[in-house]
Each structure stands twice: as C-alpha cells, then as structure tokens.
Design a protein around this ligand. Sequence first.
Ligand code: SF4
Ligand code: SF4
Length: 144
Amino acid sequence: MLPQWIDDGLPFSCTGCGKCCTGAPGYIWINEEEIEAIANRLEITIDTFLKEYTIREGDRISLRDLPEKNYDCIFLEGKGCTIYDERPTQCRTYPFWPQNLESKESWLREAAECEGIRADAPLVKKERIEREARLTKEKSTMLE
Ligand code: SF4
Ligand code: SF4
C-alpha cells in the first residue's frame, strides 16, 4: 500500500541517459530465474556467469560493477544495456523502488540521481508504481 501523496501518480519518463547503471558502488540483485536467463543469453554456463559477472553478498547475488570504470555495471556499454531484454527486475522497476517511495523527500532525493524524474514528465499511475515496487521487493529476495 503506497502513501497518499502518490495517489495522483508520479512524473517520470526515462531519457535513456544511463546514469542509473553507473557512478557509484551499488548492488543489482538478481534471483535464480534471472541468473539462468542472463547465462542463457550470454550462452555460457551458470557457473561461468556467476564467476565472471557477479559477486555474492551474504545470501544474495549482485551483478558486478567496475570500480576502474566509474562503477559502471558490467553490462553497460556507452549509455546502453547489453542484456537489455534480460535485465534484472531491479533495473526494470527503477526508480519505483520501495525506498524511493517512502516519502516525498526520498523521491525528490532520487530526482537528483535520475533526470527522468522531473516535474514536466508524464505522470505514471499509482497502480503501475505499486506493481513495480511490489515486484522489486519480491524478485530481489534472497536465494534459497
Ligand atoms: S537515470 Fe533515470 S532517466 Fe537516466 S537511464 Fe536511468 S531511469 Fe532513465
Ligand atoms: S543490467 Fe543493464 S540496465 Fe541493469 S544496471 Fe546493468 S547495464 Fe543497467
């Protein structure tokens, strides 16, 4: 259930700037289904994929980022994602992550990171925001 201040939706339209895929250390959590899909896309085994493209943090697995390249996600090329059709849920649902929707302040803070969040962008309906926030939570859960 989202807070009331989101009732009318939120203004967002992705410009494709690629900034959310670079620029600071962070995690892009992936679940088992996503691991399999990306490994298939790369035509490598799951073991090779895990070894070369991911890191483990406790019970969870994240895509690797590259400190030597401004913390680019390992799949970022220019401004584009080289596994776009198989990108993890967390990438698909950004910026509608639960932590960004906690308060107006947290949403506005995220606007400083994402140029797609701007007052003149089309409004995204509450139902979609709710669905994406829920998906982010469900799909980023720990591996069994
Ligand atoms: S930072 Fe925002 S506008 Fe830029 S690619 Fe990511 S979602 Fe789109
Ligand atoms: S998987 Fe693709 S969309 Fe997700 S952070 Fe990496 S480059 Fe960006």
